[in-house]
Write a protein that binds this ligand. Structure first.
Ligand SMILES: Cc1ncc(COP(=O)(O)O)c(C=O)c1O
Length: 376
C-alpha cells in the first residue's frame, strides 16, 4: 500500500481529489473549427493537410466498414512492416500510438517519476509538457531566442533529474528548425541516461539539405527516439496514427505500458496505403513549398513579422506592437471572413497567429483580408 500519511488533505477530503499538479495543467486547446455566423469556414488553425488525404487510403478506410466488430492487431503489424521497409528500420524498434501524442505520453510514463524533469523549448508543442506534468515531473523550458531552439540553452536546463529532452524539428508553433549538426551537438552533450526525443511531425516539409529528421542517426544510438505522424503529410489526422523509432530496450519498455489495440483497423489499413501514395505526398510537399514562400513574402509585405523561415506547413505571424493592430483583432476579423487561424495564448505568444498553408484561394483570401484589416 502506498504511504499516504504525508497527504492528509487528500485522504480526509470529502470528495476525490486529483493528485498534486493535475489541476495546474493547462488542458490542450485545439485549433478553432467553427466561426460564429459563418456556414463553412476554412480551417487554417490545426496544420492539417489542406489537400485532404490519399484517395487510396480513403478507399481502404471505406472498405474497413465490414470489420468494425473486430479488434485490431495489437502489434500494428501491417504498418510496422510497411514502415520498416520504407525507412529501412528494424520493425521491433517501432512504437505505435494513437497519434504521435500517445508516443510522447508513453515515453513520459515510462521514464518519469515525481521530481524528475523534462527539458523542451520555450515554445514547445504542448503535448510534451501535459504528459510530463501528469507524471508529476517538472517541465523546464529553454529560451528560444529568435523563436528557434538554442542547443546551449537546452543544455543549460539539463541536470541529474532530467530524463527526457523533447525537440520538435521543425517546431510547432514556430515552424523554425535547427540543422542536424546542432541536433548532433545536443545529443553528444547529453548524459547517456537522458532520452532525446526528436519529433518529426513536420519533417517532410523541411527541404533544406542541412535538415535531417534523425532517423539515420538514431539507428546507432541507445538514447534517441525519432517520432513521426500520419496526421500531417499523409493527411490522416482523424485516424490518429503516430510512430516512434527507438532503441530496442526503450521500445520493449514502452510496450509494457502501451494499452492494447491503440491503433484501429481503419487507421492501420489507411496508413499503409498512405505510405505507398508517393504522388500524394509529393503533391502535398510541393503545394506547401510554393504557398509557404508566397505567403511569407505577401504577409511580410503587409508589415507583419513572419517568423522563420518556416519549414512546416504553416507560418507563425507576429503583429508588432508598433503596428497598432493586434493578433486578437486580426483573428476576429479573419474569423468573420470565414478564415480560422490559431491564437497562441497557451504558448506565451499573445501577439502571434499561426496560420496553416491553405489552398490557393484560401491563401489569396487570407492576404486580401489581412490587407483590409491593416487598413481598417
Ligand atoms: C510538433 C507536433 N508534434 C506532434 C504532433 C502530434 O501529432 P499526432 O498526435 O496527430 O500524431 C503535432 C500535432 O499538431 C505537432 O504539431
Amino acid at each position: 500500500m502506498p504511504d499516504t500519511s504525508d497527504r492528509p488533505d487528500r485522504a480526509r477530503a470529502s470528495r476525490p481529489v486529483p493528485k498534486p499538479g493535475i489541476m495546474d495543467i493547462h488542458a490542450y486547446v485545439p485549433g478553432k473549427a467553427a466561426a460564429h455566423g459563418v456556414a463553412d469556414p476554412v480551417k487554417l488553425s490545426a496544420n492539417e493537410n489542406i489537400l485532404g488525404s490519399s484517395e487510396k487510403a480513403r478507399a481502404v478506410y471505406a472498405e474497413a466498414a465490414s470489420q468494425l466488430h473486430i479488434y485490431p492487431d495489437s502489434r500494428t503489424t501491417i504498418v510496422r512492416d510497411a514502415i520498416a521497409q520504407h525507412y529501412r528500420v528494424e520493425p521491433e524498434r517501432l512504437i505505435f500510438g494513437c497519434g504521435s501524442d500517445e508516443v510522447f505520453q508513453l515515453l513520459n510514463q515510462t521514464f518519469l517519476e515525481p521530481g524528475d524533469n523534462i527539458v523542451q523549448g520555450e515554445f514547445a508543442f504542448a503535448a510534451f509538457a501535459i504528459g510530463a506534468r501528469a507524471c508529476q515531473a517538472e517541465v523546464r523550458s529553454a529560451r528560444e531566442p529568435g523563436y528557434r531552439i538554442d542547443v546551449d540553452e537546452v543544455l543549460k536546463c539539463v541536470d541529474e533529474r532530467t530524463r527526457l529532452v523533447f525537440i520538435a524539428n521543425p517546431g510547432n508553433p514556430t515552424g523554425t528548425w535547427i540543422p542536424f549538426t546542432e541536433v548532433r551537438r545536443l545529443h553528444e552533450n547529453l548524459p547517456p541516461s537522458v532520452v532525446l526525443v526528436l519529433d518529426g511531425a513536420y519533417s517532410e516539409f523541411a527541404n533544406d539539405p542541412a535538415f535531417q529528421d534523425g532517423l539515420d542517426y538514431a539507428r546507432a544510438s541507445e538514447n534517441v527516439v525519432v517520432t513521426h505522424t500520419f496526421s500531417k503529410l499523409h493527411g490522416l489526422a482523424a485516424l490518429r496514427v503516430g510512430w516512434g523509432y527507438a532503441p530496442a530496450a526503450i521500445a520493449a519498455a514502452v510496450d509494457r505500458i502501451r494499452l492494447p489495440f491503440n491503433v484501429s483497423i481503419p487507421a492501420q489499413l489507411a496508413a499503409v496505403e498512405a505510405l505507398k501514395d508517393v504522388e500524394f505526398q509529393q503533391r502535398s510537399i510541393a503545394h506547401v513549398d510554393q504557398w509557404r514562400a508566397w505567403l511569407t513574402q505577401q504577409l511580410g509585405g503587409l508589415g507583419l513579422e513572419v517568423v522563420g523561415p518556416s519549414a512546416a506547413n504553416f507560418v507563425l505571424v507576429g503583429f508588432p506592437k508598433t503596428l497598432g493592430r493586434t493578433a486578437a483583432d486580426a483573428d476576429e476579423f479573419l474569423s468573420a471572413r470565414g478564415l480560422l487561424t490559431r491564437r497562441l495564448l497557451n504558448y506565451g505568444l499573445p501577439d502571434h497567429l499561426r496560420i496553416t498553408i491553405g489552398l490557393e484561394e484560401h491563401n489569396r483570401a487570407l492576404v486580401d483580408a489581412l490587407s483590409d484589416f491593416m487598413k481598417a
